[in-house]
Design a binder for this molecule. Structure first.
Ligand SMILES: NC(=O)c1ccc[n+]([C@@H]2O[C@H](COP(=O)([O-])OP(=O)(O)OC[C@H]3O[C@@H](n4cnc5c(N)ncnc54)[C@H](OP(=O)(O)O)[C@@H]3O)[C@@H](O)[C@H]2O)c1
Length: 419
């Protein structure tokens, strides 16, 4: 009865066309008693177990086996998933400042017209050989002509991100304007307190952190004219500025944090399983965007759907919000499905970016609220050159403004969240 099958052509698809061997066999340790037992458990093979252990099923194997099998499969899945997890880590770099680095050529220092003091940066660059030209950007002004006659440029340093009212949008416009003017020099964007390099280094500005998100996209889309991101400490003293110049002069790093203790480079490292904390939902859980694709999945999980490995242990009450509430497509069906799982559900129309509306909702749900899952979002993907302030506004409103509202209001109302 054998038949031939096509062999996989793609080496990494990992669909096996042969029997799975246990770890014991693979490692050559022999097909031992443990493996045989657990294989039978995973197959929920009562007959084989009863035979192996020379006992009858009156001891209740049929009842225990599915749970044991699910537990074992859950562990396997978890260890597989753990292998996919990565996290950011900051590695101390050799201090470039010590080498007495010099810059050359013409450097543009781009500053917002108000609120940001660029003296230290300008002095540091000029003091180390750069011919500095300041370009002051007025808020909301047309940037098309700003770089039309800048001539040959060795590098561009932007302080626009430091303006928390408009920094990320202004930085995107700067990238566009430099491209339109044909300025090929690498662009470096400075922030202050936008990343945290370790436990004792607090992330001060979530707003400036947005520029780090933007910068990583710019690095991928426009590698030929991207310099990097440099996060500066609170105090811009001589040593910090010397370190900044060391980075600009070419350290081979493009995501760097300058701190009083040294210079750190951003790295992606494998997350160990120990980084994952398990969490069991209880009481009331609020899911923003709960009627959307992601929110619906989260809600099913919270309600304990798909019992077994990885299932939520079951919140008692779910509050699903979106701007349309029950009028959103599929919302009524989702509520019915979740109610069928024995959880109390309400779908509420509430714009999470509308602080007053959110406050009313949170006040009403404060008692019993144990967790918030913020899945609300507006999808509007596009390449950097096609971004507009309006597109930023739409996406940031649903995601970032709403997150800030949730964070601040739960704090103000004294709601203690477990997640
Ligand atoms: N789907 C995925 O596989 C996936 C994976 C990773 C990340 N994400 C991210 O997760 C987010 C949600 O994705 P999705 O696929 O679930 O999108 P979706 O199906 O469009 O759902 C978005 C939900 O958010 C709601 N919403 C939008 N603005 C809101 C606001 N201001 N206040 C309250 N609710 C609001 C929407 O309902 P109303 O329009 O009625 O407000 C909708 O219920 C996005 O940011 C997306 O980038 C998605």
């Amino acid at each position: 009865g054998a038949r031939s099958v096509e062999l996989p052509t793609y080496a990494f698809q990992r669909q096996r066309y042969w029997l799975q061997l246990t770890g014991a066999v693979r490692s050559g340790a022999g097909y031992d008693v443990d493996s045989r037992f657990w294989d039978a458990v995973e197959r929920e093979d009562v007959a084989s177990l009863v035979g192996t252990l020379a006992m009858d099923d009156e001891n209740g194997w049929s009842a225990v086996l599915p749970a044991l099998s699910a537990w074992r499969r859950g562990l396997r899945t978890q260890s597989e998933v753990d292998r996919w997890r990565y996290r950011v880590s900051w590695k101390p770099l050799t201090d470039a400042a010590a080498a007495g680095v010099r810059l050359s050529g013409s450097w543009l220092v781009v500053v917002p017209s108000e609120g940001v003091d660029d003296t230290a940066v300008v002095d540091a660059l000029a003091g180390r050989g750069a011919e500095v030209r300041r370009v002051v950007v007025e808020a909301g002004a047309d940037r098309a002509g700003l770089f039309s006659d800048v001539g040959s440029v060795a590098g561009v340093v932007s302080l626009l991100a430091l303006d928390e009212a408009a920094g990320v949008v202004a930085t995107a416009s700067l990238v566009q304007a430099l491209g339109a003017a044909g300025v090929e020099a690498p662009l470096w964007c400075l922030t202050r307190g936008a990343v945290s390099v370790g436990r004792s280094d607090r992330l001060v500005s979530a707003v400036q952190a947005q520029t780090w998100g933007l910068g990583r996209v710019a690095a991928l889309e426009l590698p030929e004219r991207w310099g990097g991101l440099v996060d500066l400490p609170e105090v811009w003293d001589e040593r910090a500025m010397a370190r900044l110049v060391g980075v600009l002069a070419g350290s081979g790093e493009d995501q760097v944090a300058v701190r009083s203790s040294g210079v750190f480079g951003r790295r992606l490292v494998r997350a160990t399983a120990g980084n994952a904390e398990s969490w069991t939902p209880s009481g009331t859980v609020l899911v923003t965007g709960g009627t959307g694709a992601l929110g619906g999945r989260v809600a099913r999980w919270l309600a304990g759907a798909g019992a077994g490995a990885g299932a939520g242990a079951g919140a008692e009450r779910l509050v699903l919000t979106s701007r349309r509430g029950l009028d959103a497509p599929g919302a009524a069906e989702l509520v019915a499905e979740l109610s069928g799982l024995g959880v109390e559900v309400s779908a509420v129309a509430c714009d999470a970016a509308d602080r007053d509306a959110l406050r009313v909702l949170l006040e009403a749900e404060a008692e019993g609220l144990t967790a918030v899952v913020h899945t609300a979002g507006v999808l509007d993907d596009g390449v950097l050159d096609a971004l507009t302030p309006e597109r930023f506004e739409g996406v940031l409103r649903a995601k970032a403004t709403s997150a800030l509202n949730l964070h601040e209001l739960t704090g103000e109302l004294g709601i203690e969240l477990s997640a």
